[in-house]
Design a protein around this ligand. Structure first.
Ligand SMILES: Cc1cc2nc3c(=O)[nH]c(=O)nc-3n(C[C@H](O)[C@H](O)[C@H](O)COP(=O)(O)O)c2cc1C
Length: 193
C-alpha cells in the first residue's frame, strides 16, 4: 500500500471493505437515525440530468418475514419438487440481517440520458449505501438472487412497470472474523492508454 493511504481512515475503510456472508450477521441493526444517514449518503450519487432514478424500500423487523413469506410462496409455486430446507431458505434469506434495503432502479425516458446511465446511478446508490453502513461500523452485502428479477416480488415491493431492482443491500453487524476473497491485481484490470 502507498504511504498516502496510511492514517487515512476513509481510504482504510475503502481499502479493507468486504462483504459478510448472510450467516455472519449478528447483533442489533442500525437505528432510525443511522439508517437515515445511510440513505442520505446513498442518495448522494452522480445522477446525470438530476433524474433521481432510484428509490429505496426499507425492509426491517417483521417486514422481512412478511416479504420472506411472499418470496417463499412464489418459490413453492415455481418449485413443487423442492424439499423443506429449500423452502425454508427461500423464506429466511431476508432475515439474516436486521435491515435489508431494496434499491429500485427507476429510469425514465430522457432525450439525453440513456437508461443505462440511470441504472449505473442506481448501482452507485447501492455502493454508497454499503460504504455508509461500513463507515458507521456495520457490515453490508449487495445481493440479488432470483427474486430480485421476479415480477411478483417487484409488484409486492411497489415497483412500477419499467422499474427493476438493483439489488437488496443487507445491513447489520458482523463482528466475527471474516475472510477476504482474492482481489484482482492492478495489472489485470488496468490498462494505460
Ligand atoms: C449487482 C450485484 C448482485 C449480486 N448478487 C449476488 C447474489 O445474488 N449472490 C451472491 O452470492 N453474491 C452476489 N453479489 C456479490 C456480493 O455482493 C459480494 O460483492 C461478494 O460476495 C463479495 O465481494 P466483496 O467482499 O468485495 O463485497 C452481487 C454483486 C453485485 C454487484
Amino acid at each position: 500500500m502507498t504511504d498516502h493511504a496510511a492514517d487515512n481512515p476513509a481510504l482504510e475503510l475503502l481499502r479493507t471493505r468486504r462483504s459478510p456472508k448472510l450467516r455472519d450477521f449478528d447483533g442489533p441493526g442500525p437505528g432510525e437515525t443511522e439508517l437515515e444517514t445511510m440513505l442520505t449518503i446513498a442518495a448522494r450519487v452522480p445522477d446525470h440530468g438530476r433524474l433521481t432514478p432510484w428509490r429505496f424500500v426499507v425492509i426491517a423487523g417483521e417486514g422481512r418475514e412478511r416479504l420472506g413469506e411472499f418470496i417463499g410462496r412464489c418459490f413453492d409455486a415455481d418449485n413443487p419438487e423442492a424439499i423443506e430446507d429449500q423452502k425454508l431458505m427461500a423464506r429466511r434469506r431476508l432475515c439474516f440481517a436486521p435491515v435489508v434495503v431494496a434499491v429500485v432502479s427507476c429510469p425514465v425516458e430522457h432525450p439525453k440520458v440513456p437508461a443505462w446511465e440511470q441504472e449505473l446511478s442506481a448501482g452507485a446508490a447501492c455502493m454508497n449505501l454499503i460504504h455508509a453502513a461500513n463507515a458507521l461500523g456495520y457490515a453490508a452485502v449487495w445481493l440479488t438472487e432470483w427474486y430480485a428479477f421476479d415480477d411478483r416480488v417487484l409488484e409486492e415491493l411497489g415497483c412500477e412497470p419499467g422499474q427493476r431492482l438493483a439489488g437488496f443491500v443487507h445491513i447489520g453487524r458482523a463482528d466475527g472474523p471474516r475472510e477476504d476473497r482474492e482481489r484482482p491485481g492492478l495489472s489485470d484490470v488496468v490498462r494505460w492508454y
